[in-house]
Design a protein around this ligand. Structure first.
Ligand code: MN
Ligand code: MN
Length: 461
C-alpha cells in the first residue's frame, strides 16, 4: 500500500515502445498545428479527417434513420465542429470532449489600411488575452476570409510558405527607449501601436496621389485577389505568428508553436474520437470557437448548435420527441473540458504553489476548479465524478496529475466547463500543462500532449 502520493514522470514510466509513440504523436500534432492556426482552418482540417474516417454530415444523416455506431459531424458556421459517434440510447447521456480551436491573435480592424512614414500598415484589434509587447519584431502571417464585391469568397493564407512575404510590427530601438523602459509592460506597447507593416514601395505616378504606398498595396491586393478597400470592412482577417511548429531541446522532447492553447487538446480529442468504434454511450468531440473572448456568439460553446444537433438526432430516432429527452441526454452526460493549464516554470516560480501546480512531463493535468479570487467563476467538479475518472485512468495506464492555475489571488482564468455544467452534466477541466500560455509561441512537452490524448481516448471509449 502506497501511503504517500508522488507524481510520475512519463519519460521514466513508459516503455521504449510507448516513448516512440510519443514522438510519432508529436509529428502528427505538429502537422495539425501548421494547418490549423485559426478556427476556420482547424474546422477544415478536422472535417477532412472526420470524412476520411467515415463520418457523414448531420444533414446527410438526417435523410435516413440514425442508428448505433453511426458517425456524424456538424460544421457550425465554418468555425466550430461537432463529431459524434452514436451509442445505444442518447438519453442515458453522452461522453463529451470539449476543446476550443481559437487562439489569441491580432484581428484586423474593419478599416485597417493606412500609410505613414513611407510605409503602409494594417491596424489591428487584439483578440483574447495577449501581452502586447510580445507581438513586436516577429515574422507575422495573414490568415482569414474575405469576399470580393461580386461575392467571391477568398480563404487567405500569406506568410506561411517559405517563398511568401511576412508582416512585421516594429518596436522602439533600445537606444531611444529610456522613457519606454520606465513604463509598465502593459503600457510599453499599446493596442493602438500594434500596427502591422504591409508594404513600403510606391509606384511612380503622374497624378497627385495622396497615399502612394497604400495605393500600391491596394493595387497589389486587387491584382492578386480582386480585393478593394471596401472588402476589408466586412472581412475576417487576422495576424498570427508566421512559421511552423518546431521541436525544442537536444532531445526534441518539447514543441514550440503558436496556438497550443487549445489546439493541443483539440488534436488530442480528434485522435481520441477517431479510435472509437460502436460505443455503448454516445461519444462526442466538440471543437468550439470564441473561448478566448468569453464563449459568446453563435460559433461558441455558449450557443445552442450542439444542443440543436442532439435534438435533431433524438427527433430522428424516437417516435415522440419531447424536450425532456434532450434534457435527460444532457443531464446524464459526462464532459472532459479539454483545455490547457499552467505548468511550473522555474523562471516564475513565485506565481505557482509547488504542491499543486502541474509539472511538465508528468501527465495530463486535471483541474478540479479554476476561477480566481476564492474560486470565483469556477466549475468546481464533483468528487464522485473525479473518483470515476481516477479509477478509469489508473486502470488504463493514463499518467495524470492535478493542476492549479496559479497561487491563490495571483489571477486565474476560465474555460468552457461551466456552460455544459449548467445542463446538469458532470464536467471537469482536464488538459495539457504548458509554459508561456498566450505568448505568440507557446511551449509544451510531447509526453504530456500524448498522455492527454490517451486520457481522452479511454474516456470516450
Ligand atoms: Mn484555452
Ligand atoms: Mn486561452
Amino acid at each position: 500500500m502506497e501511503l504517500n502520493y508522488e507524481k510520475k514522470n512519463i519519460w521514466e514510466e513508459l516503455s521504449e515502445k510507448e516513448i516512440n509513440e510519443i514522438f510519432e504523436y508529436g509529428e502528427r500534432y505538429k502537422k495539425f498545428l501548421d494547418n490549423s492556426k485559426i478556427e476556420r482552418e482547424a474546422t477544415v482540417t478536422i472535417i477532412e479527417k472526420a470524412k476520411e474516417n467515415g463520418f457523414i454530415s448531420l444533414e446527410e444523416a438526417l435523410k435516413g434513420k440514425i442508428k448505433k455506431g453511426d458517425k456524424i459531424y456538424l460544421n457550425n458556421k465554418n468555425k466550430s465542429v461537432v463529431m459524434m459517434i452514436v451509442g445505444e440510447d442518447i438519453t442515458e447521456g453522452m461522453n463529451i470532449l470539449g476543446s476550443h480551436i481559437d487562439s489569441p491573435r491580432l484581428d484586423l480592424k474593419q478599416n485597417p489600411i493606412f500609410e505613414d512614414g513611407h510605409m503602409a500598415y494594417f491596424k489591428t484589434h487584439y483578440y483574447g488575452g495577449v501581452k502586447k509587447y510580445q507581438w513586436a519584431t516577429l515574422p507575422l502571417s495573414l490568415h482569414g476570409t474575405a469576399f470580393t464585391k461580386d461575392g467571391k469568397k477568398l480563404d487567405i493564407v500569406i506568410g506561411e510558405k517559405e517563398e511568401d512575404p511576412v508582416f512585421y510590427i516594429s518596436d522602439l530601438l533600445i537606444h531611444l527607449s529610456k522613457d519606454q523602459r520606465k513604463k509598465s509592460m502593459d503600457e510599453g506597447i499599446t493596442g493602438e501601436q500594434l500596427n502591422v507593416i504591409i508594404g513600403h514601395r510606391s509606384y511612380k505616378t503622374k497624378d497627385e496621389e495622396k497615399n502612394p504606398i497604400k495605393d500600391s498595396v491596394l493595387k497589389y491586393l486587387n491584382k492578386e485577389y480582386g480585393l478593394v478597400e471596401e472588402d476589408f470592412l466586412i472581412a475576417e482577417l487576422t495576424i498570427v505568428p508566421a512559421g511552423k511548429a518546431r521541436d525544442v531541446g537536444f532531445d526534441r522532447s518539447l514543441i514550440a508553436s503558436y496556438g497550443h492553447d487549445d489546439k493541443v487538446c483539440a488534436y488530442a480529442s480528434l485522435e481520441a474520437i477517431l479510435k472509437v468504434e460502436n460505443p455503448k454511450k454516445t461519444a462526442v468531440s466538440l471543437f468550439v470557437d470564441k473561448e478566448e473572448i468569453g464563449s459568446v456568439g453563435n460559433a461558441s460553446m455558449g450557443a445552442n448548435f450542439f444542443q440543436n444537433m442532439v435534438a435533431e438526432v433524438l427527433n430522428n430516432q424516437v417516435e415522440n420527441y419531447s424536450d425532456v429527452l434532450l434534457r435527460r441526454a444532457f443531464a446524464n452526460s459526462k464532459v472532459l473540458s479539454a483545455d490547457v493549464t499552467v505548468a511550473f516554470d522555474p523562471n516564475f516560480a513565485e506565481v505557482t504553489e509547488k504542491n499543486n501546480v502541474a509539472l511538465v512531463g508528468h501527465g495530463v493535468a486535471l483541474a478540479k476548479y479554476t476561477g480566481s479570487g476564492g474560486k470565483f467563476g469556477s466549475n468546481d467538479a464533483n468528487t464522485e465524478f473525479l473518483q470515476e475518472l481516477r479509477t478509469l485512468f489508473n486502470e488504463n495506464g493514463v499518467i495524470w496529475q492535478t493542476g492549479e492555475l496559479g497561487k491563490i489571488d495571483q489571477g486565474g482564468g476560465g474555460t468552457i466547463a461551466y456552460i455544459l455544467a449548467a445542463y446538469g452534466a458532470e464536467v471537469v477541466d482536464i488538459g495539457t500543462a504548458m509554459l508561456s500560455m498566450h505568448a505568440p509561441i507557446e511551449l509544451l512537452s510531447k509526453a504530456d500532449a500524448y498522455m492527454t490524448s490517451k486520457a481522452y481516448e479511454v474516456f470516450v471509449k
